[in-house]
Write a protein that binds this ligand. Structure first.
Ligand SMILES: Cc1ncc(COP(=O)(O)O)c(C=O)c1O
Length: 483
């Protein structure tokens, strides 16, 4: 009780001491705007003073605009006039550490052209919300809450919600991965999975190898961890094998980060024989692989190809990261790591340090949704949906643009090269004509992707694909004719 600390002196009138005390309490933030003060009768009893002293103090403060009274409700603190001019200003910009500064510097959401209503945007590769089966999701939500509500609304385990973990282990076995000596941990998507892995196993200056170009968020996470990133050139069929071997041979590489299926940004799916060669090289030089399997389910141009983790029979060299962001709902933020038991045990403790565990409510609902069979239906629908867009995009690119290459086997995007044209310059021009896309440079470890761009197809309509690519083609022609 605030007023219990008041100590009266004999020199000043009681009402004035009450007034000053209230002012100090407001200044210190102990009494907040619209906070209710005790009734005058109550306060006079607490302070053992006359009720008139309290009434006078309140009235004077009301005249000064510090308090206000609502008839029948009581006396309240007015919007804080007292603090004005005495605010405590901290220059946070000067206090940021390297992690904070780099995170902001590399935050493309803050630095790239934002989406707006009238633009044809090829920037996104997140799923089209039209695909979400809301009825099935509502059912899953209600089932989960009614069956497990008391559990999933309480604290849970850092490794995750057991039924979901078991489901995912079985799901991984269907992909050909041996799971006996492995464990699983549920994470907030791929992004957290990579973050906690690097937190647990790398230190500044460590070397990490990846495809070049690669997923922009992964580059950002590697950079904020101050890692020495070694990019290996991407060819038409994926990572360049001889360059890979040279780099691996040079030694002291902590991890390799690879996206074998529907690589972002190129869309390349590495063939089975090549996966084996890549796996053997990493094994030969004892460099563990972090495999990002984020959208391998979207396969529709070729038959199923097992993840690289499936090649590592009984081994512990491949750390598999999965995510439901592209094949289901990104908003639910659920991903997982499947790896060696000892690694998962360490990562489990790191996860507990960071955020205790991923939301059990989300995990519970997702489990019900997966169990209902709605997931398989969703994936089939998704493949058909994106296939149509992808095929149209290819047709339009060939009709309106003459790219130096077109990479990508489908999924959510295509990646194209433009001889002698800066994709940044092209973007500026296209933006003026209402079309935006992602320039290749943000996926690059060096300066090698300045003449490339990624067209995300998931959120554009068929009409927008045709219209947008036509405009990009016209802008390329203009830039070429201007020399
Ligand atoms: C290569 C890659 N991996 C993983 C993800 C998914 O990340 P998250 O699960 O954190 O949403 C993406 C999303 O764009 C991606 O491009």
């Amino acid at each position: 009780m605030i007023f219990s600390s008041i100590e009266f002196n004999d020199k000043e009138p009681i009402y004035l001491q009450i007034e000053n005390y209230i002012k100090i309490m407001i200044k210190n933030g102990m009494l907040v705007t619209d906070g209710k003060l005790p009734a005058t009768r109550e306060l006079s009893t607490i302070l053992e003073v006359s009720r008139n002293s309290v009434i006078t103090a309140y009235e004077n403060l009301e005249v000064e605009g510090i308090l206000y009274t609502v008839k029948g409700k009581g006396t309240f603190v007015a919007k804080n006039k007292i603090l004005k001019g005495e605010q405590w200003k901290v220059s946070w910009g000067e206090r940021t550490n390297n992690y904070g500064r780099l995170s902001e510097e590399l935050d493309i959401v803050k630095h790239e052209i934002p989406w707006s209503k009238n633009l044809i945007s090829f920037k996104s590769i997140s799923p089209d919300g039209e695909l979400f089966d809301m009825e099935e999701f509502k059912k899953a939500f209600l089932n989960s809450i009614s069956i497990e509500g008391h559990k999933i609304l309480n604290y849970g385990y850092a490794k995750g919600y057991k039924p979901l973990m078991d489901y995912l282990k079985a799901y991984m076995r269907k992909k050909g991965i041996e799971t006996e000596d492995k464990e699983i941990i549920i994470t907030n998507g791929f992004t957290e999975a990579l973050e906690i892995l690097l937190t647990a196993y790398t230190k500044p200056g460590d070397k990490i190898l990846c495809e070049n170009p690669t997923h922009n968020t992964a580059i950002k996470i590697m950079r904020v961890h101050d890692l020495d990133i070694i990019g290996v050139t991407m060819k038409e069929d994926g990572i360049d094998l001889s360059e890979l071997e040279t780099r691996l041979k040079s030694g002291k590489i902590k991890f390799g980060y690879l996206i074998p299926s529907y690589h972002n940004p190129t869309g390349i799916v590495m063939k089975a024989e090549k996966r084996l060669k890549v796996y053997k090289l990493f094994k030969k030089y004892d460099v563990p692989i972090i495999e990002d399997g984020f959208s391998e389910e979207l396969l529709y141009n070729s038959t199923h190809i097992s993840p690289m983790a499936a090649l590592d029979k009984g081994g512990t060299g491949v750390v598999y990261i999965g995510s439901f962001s592209k094949i289901l709902f990104p908003g639910i933020r659920i991903g997982w790591i499947l790896a060696d038991k000892e690694l998962i045990s360490t990562v489990e403790s790191v996860k507990r340090c960071k955020n205790i565990h991923s939301s059990f409510l989300d995990q519970g609902v997702l489990y019900e949704y997966l169990k209902s069979g709605a997931f398989e239906k969703h994936v089939k629908k998704t493949r058909r949906f994106y296939k149509e867009k992808y095929e149209l995009a290819l047709k339009c690119i060939n009709k309106y643009i003459t790219p130096s290459f077109i990479y990508g086997e489908g999924a959510l995007h295509v990646y194209i090269g433009l001889d002698g044209i800066s994709s940044r310059e092209l973007l500026d021009r296209c933006y003026k004509r209402g079309v935006i896309f992602t320039t290749g440079d943000i996926f690059s470890i060096d300066d090698s992707c300045k003449n490339t761009l990624r067209l995300g197809l998931s959120r554009v309509t068929l009409e927008e694909i045709e219209e947008g690519i036509k405009i990009i083609g016209q802008c390329i022609n203009e830039l070429q004719s201007e020399g």
